[in-house]
Design a binder for this molecule. Structure first.
Ligand SMILES: [Zn+2]
Length: 130
């Protein structure tokens, strides 16, 4: 494999990704806590009050909760992607396009650490050329 990032570069990526994973997992925890609080609040509502004054509030709560769940899913997806990126670093396939073997530019790998294709190949794929 001629096209490969240097060990130093890979270490740098690894550090950045590990740090990102730390902050993403913190975000997930925060969101989880938020969802927990919202559930508790709803759990305290008696059936009577749901159908009277709190109808609108309850609706808002569940909507907020739904948003939190979506956000949490997105964050945990991102976390998984970062993990995959770390595995690629270990394997030595990080930053190498799996279609044409070209080295994917550093900026792109910083932005999308789990990218497996270079921009050109990605574009071709989008156009259905392959
Ligand atoms: Zn490529």
């Amino acid at each position: 494999m001629a096209n490969k990032y240097s060990k130093t570069k890979l270490e740098k990526f690894k550090k950045a990704i590990t740090e990102k994973m730390g902050s993403v997992s913190e975000d997930i925890e925060t969101i989880k806590e938020g969802i927990g609080t919202a559930s508790n609040k709803q759990g305290g509502v008696t059936p009577d009050s749901i159908f009277s004054v709190h109808m609108a509030d309850a609706g808002t709560d569940s909507h907020e909760q739904e948003k939190s769940f979506m956000l949490m899913n997105r964050e945990s997806d991102y976390f998984k992607k970062l993990k995959v990126a770390l595995e690629r670093i270990e394997e030595g396939t990080f930053g190498v396009c799996k279609v044409c073997d070209a080295l994917i530019p550093e900026e792109r790998m910083t932005e999308v650490p789990n990218a497996t294709k270079c921009v050109q190949c990605k574009e071709n794929e989008k156009l259905g050329l392959k």
